[in-house]
Structure formats: C-alpha cells, structure tokens
Design a protein around this ligand. Structure first.
Ligand code: NAP
Ligand code: MG
Length: 400
C-alpha cells in the first residue's frame, strides 16, 4: 500500500510524561504506516524548553502561524515541585498560555460522546461545545507578593504621558496583588470566531461573564459581543433561525445543567478552562474531548484538553502497566491531518482522518477500551486494554 503524500508540513509540538510516550506510540502505529508524514518538529518537553530558555515554545507558535496547522502534545506547566524535579533555570509560564498569547483566537472544546457511556447529566442529549477565549486575563497576569503595609495603585500611562490612577487597596499588612489585561481587538476576534463557529455548526451561542461584579472588565466583554452581534451577525442568525444570548455566568451554569445540550457556550479564558474540564468529566473522561485553538485569521492548533497524566507516567517509569486513554491525542492528530488535507486539497488525508476517528470509536464501542472508560461503560462485554494495546487495537481496525 502506498503512503499518503503531504504538501505542507504540520507543526508538531511534542510534550511531556505519559502523553509524550503516547505521542510516539500514535506516530509509530497510526501515522507513519499510512502517511509520508511531513512535520516541522518542536520539542516542547520541559527539559528542552529549559535548554532553550523557552524559546522553542515561542518559535513553535510562530511556526503554527506560518504554516497554519499545528498539533500539540500535553506539556508540564512548571510549579515549585517541577522546578526542583527538573532543576529548571526558571519557572516558565504555561506553554499553552504562551502559544495562545501568540496565536490569539478561541479554543473550541467538545466532548466525544460514545455508545455505552452516558453523560452524568442525564438530560444532555447532545454535546455542548465550549468556546474558550485564548488570550489574556489571569493567563497573562503580573503578580506581586505584598511584603507588608503600603498602598497599591492601578496606573495607566498613556502615550501622551497622561495618567489614570486608582487605589486598589491600602494594605495594613502582607497580602497579594494581581494585574490582568485584555484587549478590545482580541475580544472582538473572540466574538467573531464564536459567531462564525456557531453559524458553521448551526447552533445557538451563549455567552456569560461576571459583569455584575466586574462592571468595567467583564462589562467590556459583554458590550463588545453585543456590538459585533448587532453589526455583523444578527441578520445571519435570524436567517439561520439561531439565537445569541448573553447572561450572567451564575445563570448560565444553572441553565447548562438543565439543558438538552447542542449549543456553543462561549466563556472567558479562566471560565472556559475549568468548565471544559467539568464538561469532559461529566461526559465520561478528560480524555474524551476534542480541543482546537482557532486564530482570528484561521490558523489551527489541535491538542488534547487533559494534562500529561503524571500519575500514570510514574507507574510507567517503574515498569508497571498503564491504561492511559489516547483518544484526545489521536483526535488532535486526526483534526490536524484533516485540516491540512482541507487547506492543501488532499482528499486522501481528509479521508484518512475520518477513518482514524471511526476506527478509534469503533474499537471502544466494540468493547475494547482503556481503564478510565472500562470503569463507566455500560456495554455488556468490556475488555480493559493497556495503553499500547488500545492503540494497537485501533490500528487493527484501521488496516481492515
Ligand atoms: P492530568 O494530566 O489531566 O491528569 C489528572 C488525572 O485525570 C489523571 O491522574 C487521571 O486520573 C485522569 N486522566 C487525565 N487524562 C487521562 C487520560 N488520557 N487517560 C486516563 N486518565 C486520564 O492533570 P494533572 O495530573 O493535574 O497534571 C499533570 C501535568 O499536566 C501538570 O504538570 C500540568 O501542568 C499539565 N497540564 C497540561 C495541560 C496541557 O498541556 N494541555 C493541561 C492540564 C495540565 P487517575 O490518576 O485517577 O487515573
Ligand atoms: Mg484545565
């Protein structure tokens, strides 16, 4: 069988721990045998990020903008423990945060629903897609550990030298401080991505924030969405019989729980981070969720929404058997290959992506799955496979 040929390389961002092991298995078993893979490889493993002073992360994001399609493995976001564990020169920022900062845009995450695993929220009949703003807020913060008594102020100095100054707090003792920002341009492109995506999948769009408390900051998000909707999208939504509505995040959470699903829920960066984990867990497993970052000018970075599965990796290092679910990482690859095929007009590449996803889901629905799903599957005959066995089972179906 001749391998599928590619034109433009996919930007490949390798990562850490268990997902790095899975990454290699997927390439060896599910990609290389079928595709003459063209990729521009960036090693975002923590050791290499440290060696390059995190330059590799920045370079990979620029490559994603240059080529238009990237696929990313989960990576460690360093904390104190990781700085010690890896002897890091500094506590680097989250690679995802860095990449999202450079690519801007919106992260769309949807659960992968399968036969045998019912969502914990029984009234959800269709997937709820979370649209997470990918820029700014707490992910681009500046923090100070306040050592003792003193006055904290928020100061903006404009280019002409004039100042806006507000008191944040008069500290009587030690505390903490945080500065955050966002930009109207980024919020506008977030809004446009959401409206366009909702129209493309013919679903309603919900957006929510905490504008009762954060009157200026979250109020800006609310107003920009409203303006972009009225000026550019209202007619299209009316024509499609679809709806956009804004509500307070507290109200949105309550409505989501009572809903049937089948809509797009746009969230600010932090809300989207935690709500997408909740959605994935409620639909079965963190590993049963697709995730793609779409920049305002249509560049794509596909990834898994879960982390590096550290606990499994330490078992793996001790030579113990693991049963780590690779579905989200497989779907990151299939998503990237399909998009590359679309952009380069390579039908075989798009068909291969479809076949890879179908083989993955058929494997699970035939009863062969990893431990996380085996625990919750209601299928009559469930066989729990280890990490590599599952990927090999998918390969078995792929070559049928
Ligand atoms: P995690 O890797 O998402 O794993 C948390 C737990 O969820 C696991 O211990 C496991 O539960 C379950 N789980 C997650 N993915 C799974 C999979 N594919 N198959 C089976 N079970 C899965 O989160 P973490 O352990 O808190 O974080 C580990 C590292 O990942 C951290 O250094 C963090 O910075 C990083 N992280 C990276 C990303 C990213 O790059 N996208 C996102 C989040 C976190 P059991 O242990 O019960 O089996
Ligand atoms: Mg998260």
């Amino acid at each position: 069988m001749s391998k599928i040929q590619m034109k433009t390389p996919i930007v490949e961002m390798d990562g850490d721990e268990m997902t790095r092991i899975i990454w290699q298995y997927i390439k060896d078993e599910l990609i290389y045998p079928y595709i003459d893979l063209k990729s521009e490889y960036y090693d975002l493993g923590l050791k290499h990020r440290d060696e390059t002073g995190d330059k590799v992360t920045v370079d990979s994001a620029h490559a994603a903008l240059k080529y238009g399609v990237a696929v990313k493995c989960a990576t460690i976001t360093p904390n104190d423990a990781r700085v010690k564990e890896y002897g890091l020169k500094e506590m680097y920022k989250s690679p995802n945060g860095t990449i999202r900062g450079i690519m801007d845009g919106t992260i769309f995450r949807a659960p992968i629903l399968i036969k045998g695993v019912k969502p914990h929220v029984w009234n959800w009949e269709k997937p709820i897609t979370l649209a997470r703003h990918g820029y700014g807020d707490v992910y681009k913060n500046t923090e100070i550990k306040v050592p003792g008594a003193g006055k904290a102020e928020l100061v903006f100095t404009s280019e002409d030298g004039s100042e806006i100054r507000k008191t944040i707090h008069e500290f009587k003792g030690p505390g903490v401080l945080q500065g955050m920002h966002n930009m109207d341009s980024s919020i506008e492109s977030f809004a446009r991505s959401c409206f366009n995506y909702a129209l493309s999948v013919k679903q309603d769009l919900w957006f929510a924030s905490k504008d009762t408390i954060s009157k200026i900051y979250d109020g800006d998000f609310r107003d920009i969405f409203e303006r972009v909707y009225e000026e550019e999208f209202k007619e299209k939504f009316d024509k499609a019989g679809k709806e956009y509505f804004y509500t307070l995040i507290d109200d949105a959470v309550a409505r989501v729980m009572r809903s049937k699903g089948g809509f797009i829920w746009a969230c600010k960066n932090y809300d989207g981070d935690v709500m997408s984990d909740m959605m994935a867990a409620a639909c079965g497993s963190l590993a049963m969720m697709t995730s793609v970052l779409v920049s305002p000018d249509g560049k794509y970075e596909y990834e898994a929404a879960h982390g590096t599965v550290q606990r499994h990796y330490y078992k793996h290092l001790k030579g113990e058997e693991t049963s780590t679910n690779s579905v989200a990482t497989i779907f990151a690859w299939s998503g990237a290959l399909r998009k590359r095929g679309e952009l380069d007009g390579i039908a075989e590449l798009q068909e291969f992506a479809d076949r890879l996803e179908k083989a993955t889901l058929d494997t699970i629905e035939s009863g062969e799955m990893t431990g996380d799903l085996a625990l919750i599957s209601e299928l009559p005959d469930v066989k729990k496979l280890n990490t590599l066995e599952f990927i090999k089972a998918v390969r078995g179906r792929l070559s049928l």
